[in-house]
Ligand binder design. Structure first.
Ligand code: C5P
Length: 229
């Protein structure tokens, strides 16, 4: 991809994060001195390839999100909108705010505070061979089984073919817009699955073990440790 293309990021942060047991939505729990969302917004804002950032937050948190961006000096994050009931609804709300001249849209979960710059480089640089989307992945070390509702094992999957998927994920903007418009938005735990379902080609690049997802208090503590390394 040439440096001249416009690249925007959508940070989805509208989840409630019930498993964290906090009184605030997950993206606004403390992570160091700032709300959790600030860490990934700062990383995206610092990256020279990224031109603008849309924040998608719970209804009523839009103003706090723009104050947060001001506070940390994230000048590219000037737009904050309310998300929807599902992650895909929130992505749709964010993508709708991205200017039409953007060629690439990155979608990132605010629940992953650590976004190393070289991870962003790999994702934006990964659009080879007709790819519509580029996603960061890690190998899976555990054995993975498919089970039924009663917990009985149906099969053991071949883990050499399996990957754990992270964010940011990058897409050609027009492909993502079409995939989001066509999707049944009650499904889809990531954007790549929407693009795959629409027939798009998604390729993988190496993820980063530091880009963990925060679900529990223990994850928050682990991310603090990783940030300090
Ligand atoms: O719930 P989960 O942790 O899988 O959510 C992944 C990301 O999607 C989080 O950053 C969360 O804030 C966001 N999300 C959203 N809107 C929803 C549900 C989740 O923006 N309705």
């Amino acid at each position: 991809m040439s440096d001249a293309v416009a690249v925007w990021a959508v940070v989805v942060a509208a989840g409630s994060g019930e498993r964290l047991g906090a009184e605030h939505p997950k993206a606004f729990v403390r992570f160091g001195d700032d709300p959790l969302i600030a860490a990934s917004v700062a990383a995206l804002d610092d990256h020279p390839a990224i031109d603008g950032i849309v924040l998608v937050v719970p209804q009523g948190w839009e103003e706090r999100a723009t104050f947060m961006a001001d506070d940390i000096g994230a000048g590219k994050a000037s737009i904050a909108v309310a998300g929807g009931a599902t992650r895909s609804d929130s992505v749709a709300a964010g993508v709708a705010e991205v200017p039409t001249d953007a060629a690439i849209i990155l979608v990132h979960d605010a629940a992953r505070p650590l976004v190393p710059a070289d991870l962003i480089d790999r994702i934006i640089g990964g659009f080879a061979d007709g790819a519509d989307g580029v996603i960061p992945v890690l190998p899976i070390d555990d054995t993975v089984k498919r089970v039924d509702a009663a917990g009985r094992v149906i099969e053991t999957l071949d883990r050499s073919e399996l990957r754990a998927v992270q964010t940011p994920q990058a897409f050609l903007a027009d492909v993502l817009r079409r995939a989001v418009a066509a999707a049944d938005r009650s499904t889809g735990t990531d954007c790549a699955s929407l693009v795959e379902r629409a027939g798009g080609l998604v390729v993988t690049v190496a993820g980063d073990p530091r880009a963990i997802k925060i679900t529990t208090r223990a994850d928050l503590a682990r991310a603090e440790e990783l940030r300090a390394c």
